[in-house]
Each structure stands twice: as structure tokens, then as C-alpha cells.
Design a protein around this ligand. Structure first.
Ligand SMILES: O=c1[nH]c(=O)c2ncn([C@@H]3O[C@H](COP(=O)(O)OP(=O)(O)OP(=O)(O)O)[C@@H](O)[C@H]3O)c2[nH]1
Ligand SMILES: [Mg+2]
Length: 250
């Protein structure tokens, strides 16, 4: 089974990654408690994500997933941005960081903000990586709104289209719309199409390729076969072609 090291020391992030990718037939390995810290001294999210992915990937010799993320507030010129974790000092409690931000935002009408996440999948054997970006737009609330879930700045961020903080909305909604879930949806596609074995299915109707030409689990193939065998009896459908290619797991 494909093993992927999840290179984060943030338990909230780890939990979200496990929830979002947990149904894939892969083994997600957390960092050992003893893993040493790395200095995230890059000047972009990508550089920082790569520092984490490469350091731990090379150390533990496993395909490694890391992300670097941050909260960008327009009225504060994009801060805390890549400094989100280090803002007011890495060990300062988030309650204090959030109170400070709310104070700076006290008289600001423009409360637009976004969370950005860059996820990196690093392959130590080839010293190669792929990266993906996810963004969720929203606003900074006027007060701290704690709910039952989330971490970091979640209690002061309200995503567009909702009237509650990320923390109040709960894990299920956050994991559908968050910056991390958008980046991880692309990681999922990459894993499904490049690392997993199984069958690749390609479907053509009247010679036109359907967009759903991707790795599918065999139960879906059977459903697709059943639908297509019904479709092919309709007059406007002349040909239905299905190609299934066996792929070895990497
Ligand atoms: O309210 C939040 N909801 C989120 O969904 C979220 N995602 C990131 N962040 C914050 O932005 C910084 C990222 O820094 P970061 O990517 O370096 O992570 P980190 O240092 O916490 O862990 P690691 O993965 O580096 O080990 C950290 O302060 C996080 O708390 C979030 N805050
Ligand atoms: Mg960090």
C-alpha cells in the first residue's frame, strides 16, 4: 500500500488532512513525536511547504505531503500571511493573536480576507515535487466566535456565503469549502491518477470522450457499464466504447 508521510506538527491540520484524504486506499503516516522542528524561513508559501516536505521526506524516505498556509487580510496589507504561524511569536496563544488582529481591525470597513494553502507532495527517490493551491475568500468578524471545532484563526474568519465563523461551522462544512480542502482535492486527483493501481476507465459515446475518464473503483465500473448498456439502445447514440486499462500501484 502507498505510504504518505504527513509532514505537519499542527494537530488541527493533521486531523483535517486525515479526514479529507482518509478514504483513499493509502496509509497516511503522521510525523513521529520526536521529529525535530524545521525553520520555515522561505519567502513564499511554496518555499516553506517545500522546506517541510523535503526535510522530512528525505529523513524518513517516504513520499511526503506538507502544506504551508496563512490568513491574508486586505486592510493589513495581506498580513499575517506567510507569518501567520509566527505572528507575535510562534508560542503566543491564538487567542492573543486574534485579539491583536481585531484591535488592528477595529475601525476598518474593509474586512475582506482569505485563507490560502499550498500543498506539496514530494518524492524523495526522484527529488521531485508537485504543488497545488487552494483559497477560500471571506471576512474578519468583529469578535472571536468560538465553536466546537477548527484551530488557529478559525474563530475570527467567516467564509463568504455563510454567517458563522469557520470554528462554529464545524468540521464537515469547513472540510468541504476550506483552502486546505481545495488544495487537497487536487492532491487526491494526483494520487488517484498517478500513484494508485487499479483500472483506468475511458468512455466514448458517438466517438466523443466523456470527461469522467479517470481512475475508478471497480464498483463504479459496474454501475457505468449498466448505465451505458441502457443508453446504447437510444436512437441518437450510435456507438458506446469503453476502454479499461489496468495500472500497477507505484
Ligand atoms: O484558523 C485557521 N484555520 C486554518 O484552516 C488554517 N490553516 C492555517 N492556519 C494558520 O496559519 C498558520 C500556518 O502556518 P503553517 O502552514 O506553517 O502551519 P503550522 O506552523 O501551524 O504547522 P506545520 O504544518 O508548519 O507544522 C498557522 O498559524 C495556522 O494556525 C489556519 N488557521
Ligand atoms: Mg509552520
Amino acid at each position: 500500500m502507498v505510504k504518505i508521510l504527513v509532514a505537519t506538527k499542527n494537530k488541527g491540520k493533521l486531523k483535517e488532512i486525515q479526514e479529507i484524504l482518509g478514504d483513499l486506499p493509502i496509509k497516511l503516516m503522521p510525523l513521529p513525536e520526536s521529529a525535530s522542528d524545521v525553520e520555515e524561513n522561505g519567502s513564499t508559501y511554496l518555499e516553506n511547504a517545500l522546506i517541510k516536505a523535503k526535510t522530512y521526506g528525505q529523513k524518513y524516505k517516504l513520499i511526503t505531503l506538507a502544506d504551508d498556509s496563512g490568513l491574508e487580510i486586505d486592510a493589513l496589507n495581506g498580513l499575517p500571511g506567510i507569518y501567520s504561524s509566527r505572528y507575535l511569536g510562534k508560542d503566543t496563544p491564538f487567542e492573543e493573536k486574534m485579539k491583536n488582529i481585531l484591535e488592528l481591525m477595529k475601525n476598518k470597513d474593509n474586512r475582506k480576507a482569505r485563507f490560502r494553502c499550498i500543498s506539496v507532495l514530494y518524492f524523495p527517490n526522484e527529488d521531485k515535487f508537485v504543488s497545488f493551491e487552494g483559497v477560500v475568500e471571506g471576512e474578519i468578524l468583529k469578535e472571536i466566535c468560538y465553536g466546537n471545532s477548527g484551530f488557529g484563526y478559525d474563530p475570527i474568519f467567516k467564509p463568504d456565503g455563510f454567517d458563522k465563523s469557520f470554528s462554529e461551522l464545524g468540521t464537515e462544512i469547513k472540510n468541504k469549502i476550506s483552502h486546505r480542502s481545495k488544495a487537497l482535492a487536487q492532491v487526491r486527483d494526483y494520487i488517484e491518477n498517478n500513484l494508485l493501481g487499479g483500472e483506468m476507465i475511458e468512455i466514448k459515446i458517438n466517438g466523443k470522450r466523456l470527461p469522467a475518464n479517470k481512475y475508478v473503483y471497480s464498483v463504479f465500473e459496474k454501475v457505468i457499464y449498466a448505465i451505458l448498456s441502457t443508453l446504447k439502445d437510444l436512437p441518437e447514440i450510435e456507438t458506446v466504447e469503453i476502454k479499461i486499462e489496468k495500472k500497477e500501484e507505484k
